[in-house]
Design a protein around this ligand. Structure first.
Ligand code: SF4
Length: 173
C-alpha cells in the first residue's frame, strides 16, 4: 500500500496510541475500493468511522473527576506499621477501596497525632483546598476485642464530617 506524503501527514494527526489502528483501518477501506494508494480523504473518512470514538472516549476518561482520598491512622499503631496494607488495598482497589475506579488518588496519609486525635481536624482543613473528597479511617482505628479500640473514633469522624468531607471507616480489613 502506497502512502503519499500528504496522507502520512494526515494520519500523524491521530494520537500515537491509536495511530497503528488508524493506519490499518485506512488501508482496509482503500483495499475494499480496489486501490493501492491512500489519499487524504481516505484518512479522514476512516478516522471518522473507526477512530474518533476511541479518541473521544479516552479524552472523556481524562476529564472524569479524580477522587481525592486521605487516610488517617492511629499514631500508636504507626510505630509498628509503615502503612503497606493500606496502600496495597488502595493500589489493588480492594476492600474499603473497591468503590473507586482508576480516577482516584491518595493525597494525604497521616496519623491522628496521638490521643485524642486533634491533628486530624487541622490536616483535613489543609487538604480541603486541594480538593479532598473523602477520608478513610484506617483499619487500625477499627480494631476490637483484645486490642483496645480507639476511644476517640466517633469524635474524630464527626470533626471531619463537620467540614463537609465524607468519611469511610476502614481501609484493608
Ligand atoms: S486517638 Fe485513636 S487513633 Fe489516635 S492514637 Fe488514640 S487510639 Fe490511636
Amino acid at each position: 500500500m502506497h502512502w503519499p506524503k500528504e496522507a502520512l501527514k494526515q494520519i500523524e494527526k491521530a494520537p500515537s496510541f491509536v495511530r497503528g489502528m488508524a493506519k490499518k483501518a485506512v488501508e482496509k477501506e482503500v483495499r475494499k475500493s480496489g486501490r493501492e494508494e491512500v489519499t487524504e480523504a481516505d484518512v479522514r473518512a476512516a478516522y471518522d468511522k473507526y477512530i474518533k470514538f476511541a479518541v473521544n472516549s479516552d479524552e472523556g476518561k481524562d476529564k472524569q473527576k479524580t477522587t481525592k482520598i486521605a487516610v488517617v491512622r492511629c499514631e500508636v499503631v504507626s510505630e509498628v506499621c509503615p502503612g503497606i496494607a493500606c496502600f496495597k488495598a488502595f493500589n489493588c482497589r480492594k476492600l474499603a477501596f473497591e468503590q473507586y475506579g482508576p480516577n482516584a488518588e491518595i493525597v494525604g496519609f497521616f496519623t491522628c497525632g496521638g490521643c485524642s486525635g486533634r491533628r486530624v481536624s487541622r490536616l483535613v482543613e489543609k487538604l480541603i483546598p486541594h480538593g479532598l473528597d473523602v477520608v478513610h479511617l484506617s483499619s487500625c482505628m477499627m480494631l476490637k476485642d483484645d486490642y483496645p479500640p480507639c476511644p476517640h473514633k466517633a469524635q474524630i469522624k464527626r470533626s471531619i464530617e463537620n467540614k463537609g468531607v465524607r468519611v469511610v471507616e476502614g481501609t484493608h480489613h
